[in-house]
Design a binder for this molecule. Structure first.
Ligand SMILES: [Zn+2]
Ligand SMILES: [Zn+2]
Length: 271
């Protein structure tokens, strides 16, 4: 009996790793759907209605964003909306997770009891902390999974990017491959420099423009979304490796990156 159990476990493990290796797209989609849809069912069965409510609210807002990102043709404002939404999801899930973690550590050393609270109160605080940590990690991982796919999808719709092979359209100079809008109309020499500069949009507003070492220019918020949030480390046009250090301009970016790496590791362990 035990032998059958072990060998079937072993077999399914091998089947999963083969699937992961040869059909990573369908594998990732399946695990994303699993990660999104299975926990709320378990939560509902366990009577955890608060979690189910948060999940429903997240899913409603998230489906609007997903629907927008899947449109073809896509509106030029869409990448901005998508990256803003997922940045927001990260920031909130990060803050919630950290608060949960800190409270958990504090309770672990019985600080509430030392502060004169009852043992029962401390247990409640501990449970609350675990819940917060779970919310942070769950929604953080989920958001990361969604934006990973949507990034690819939006760039492919735009036509200047192809995951494999050649892109469908040719990029004009001073055009952002992520949203398709012009990065600079002034044509000044300063807009040619590598790194962060400024550009004037057709509407006349001045925006931050980031020119990568390969020479391709993007709106700062578009390329930040693509690299940091969408976790792509290549130029969306020519696939030259991007130096991600150029995007970490303050300590917050570094901690955010650490958190995003943690979520990736977690995602890897779960499935
Ligand atoms: Zn752009
Ligand atoms: Zn490039």
């Amino acid at each position: 009996m035990a032998l059958i159990l072990i060998s079937s476990l072993l077999f399914s493990q091998i089947a999963i790793s083969l699937w992961k290796k040869y059909h990573p797209r369908s594998y990732n989609l399946t695990t994303l759907l699993g990660l999104w849809l299975v926990p709320p069912v378990l939560g509902y069965r366990a009577g955890n209605y608060r979690y189910v409510t948060v999940w429903v609210l997240f899913s409603i807002a998230n489906s609007f964003v997903v629907k927008k990102a899947m449109e073809n043709p896509m509106k030029s404002g869409t990448p901005g909306v998508v990256y803003r939404w997922y940045t927001w999801v990260y920031n909130i899930s990060y803050a919630v997770g950290i608060v949960g973690y800190v409270i958990m550590i504090v309770t672990f050393f019985h600080v509430p009891i030392l502060a004169g609270m009852a043992r029962e109160t401390e247990e409640n605080i501990f449970t609350g902390a675990i819940t917060l940590l779970f919310y942070g990690l769950y929604f953080g991982t989920l958001g990361r999974d969604f934006v990973d796919r949507l990034s690819d999808r939006m760039a492919t719709t735009m036509g200047y990017y192809s995951r494999t092979g050649f892109p469908a359209k040719h990029l004009r100079s001073n055009q952002c491959a992520i949203c398709g809008e012009v990065t600079d109309t002034s044509g000044g020499a300063e807009s040619r420099q590598i790194g962060i500069g400024t550009g004037t949009t057709p509407k006349g507003t001045v925006v931050k423009v980031h020119r990568l070492t390969c020479g391709h220019a993007f709106h700062e918020q578009c390329i930040r979304g693509w690299t940091i949030i969408g976790k792509k480390d290549v130029c969306p046009c020519c696939k030259e490796k991007v130096d991600l250090k150029a995007f970490k301009t303050n300590p917050w970016d570094t901690t955010q990156q650490m958190y995003l790496n943690l979520l990736d590791a977690l995602r890897y362990m779960v499935v």
